[in-house]
Design a protein around this ligand. Sequence first.
Ligand SMILES: [Zn+2]
Length: 275
Amino acid sequence: MADDLLHDAKVRELTRWIDECDRITVLTGAGISTDSGIPDFRGPNGIWTKNPKAEKASNIQNFLSDPEVRKASWRDRLDNRAWSADPNDGHRALARLERRNKLVALITQNVDGLHHAAGSSPAKVVEVHGTLREVACLECSYRDDMQIALNRVRQGEEDLDCPECGGILKSATISFGQSLVQRDLLRAEVAAQNCDLMIAIGTTLAVYPVAAVVPAAQRVGAKIAIINAEPTEMDHLADLVIRESISEVLSIAVSGVSNLPVEANEEEARDEKQS
Ligand SMILES: [Zn+2]
């Protein structure tokens, strides 16, 4: 597996690019977290494929208008896989990329908090779809730790209200029908316009406006690399498309060219140079 990838021409190319580029912006989606046991949404084992009610709860209108949707949503939250999930080698590699001082921003569509758990700093991570680790009031500015809200559910509350204003409480994620946080969106756009390499990972790049960071980076001349198991909406824009294991590819590519085995043709090229 990983041994073959060390000799994969595309993986080696990405490794070179990461060495050469100084301003790298990364976009991640659900695909980076599947190795941590968190299912994606619409795949064969997707959350919404298996539980259509969860998809209903992800629409803000349904959540606001139907107490039963809210109650089901809080019950589902109790046994969410994200609470027990650990970051994987892909998350950890991106934390290493930051320590190499190359990361402009780590934009993520994920709400699982695993980039933070892997050691990426809050100053670099832009959670454009919010976070499952906190709750927010839909009326006022109250925010708190998700676990405090879940303790209320465990103690028997079914439909949580805001302790400050009595408004409806919800996970601090962006549901369908809710607008994104402008400040986060702006940070993502600025990061896209200030990079020399954009790496889109584990996302089909079908969800706007966040997917627009890829063409935005391309317009300023950045190289575009996509790592995803399936074809994406923007493969045609990419300079490099890799359809291999995300955690394995990132582990290799972030470790640098000096950690790659020397290929036979590279040895020849080196010998020619020396002679
Ligand atoms: Zn409130």
